[in-house]
Each structure stands twice: as C-alpha cells, then as structure tokens.
Design a protein around this ligand. Sequence first.
Ligand SMILES: [Cu+2]
Length: 117
Amino acid sequence: MRREELDYSRTRTSEGGRYRGTIRPQGDSIPTGRLQTWTLHLETAAGAAIDTAAVSVDGGMPQHGHGLPTKPQVTRQLGRGDHLVEGMKFNMGGWWVIKFRLDAAAGQDSLIFNLSL
Ligand SMILES: [Cu+2]
C-alpha cells in the first residue's frame, strides 16, 4: 500500500471490530527524538468507555524494518476510558505504525494506527 493511501486517523476501530481507540499525543504534532506521554482512549464498539484492559504497545517503520527505539507501556488507567502511555519515542521521520494489543471484556483485539512524521 502506498503511504499516501493509508488511514492516518487518530481514532480507529480494532482489527476484529471489538473496540474503538483514540490516540492523544501531547500536542497536535508528534515530535521526533523526544520521549512523549500519550493518552489512549478505549471504547467498546458501542461507544462505552473501557477502563479495565490489558494493553501492550508495539510499533515500527514497515519500510525500514525496524521497531520502536523504546518500549512504551500503558502505566496507568486514568478513568473514563483513558489510559496513560509512557515512553513513546520516534527516532526519525517517516511512516510509523503503532499497534496496541488489547485484552478486555469483549476479548483480544488489536488497534493499529499509522503516523506520518
Ligand atoms: Cu526508520
């Protein structure tokens, strides 16, 4: 798939359709070379906030064959479906993919976001 055709939305439905997630970086633009804290908002497909979920974070640059330079983690549940993601960092510009693996009441699923930095 060409980079211009990717979906760069910050709200995505999970691959299996069980959940909806929104990433909220600290600012409008996502910087490179700097550690960041994000918020991940999780909802059911019907739009109910999810506070209890096991979430793991993975990512990388598909065109470069490398992963993230850090190991980001969801460290805290903030309530109202918001989850704190600490340790996000991007060491170069380009197309990045961030994948959240979720395990919550509706089962396991993955949320995938494309970023253009
Ligand atoms: Cu790269």
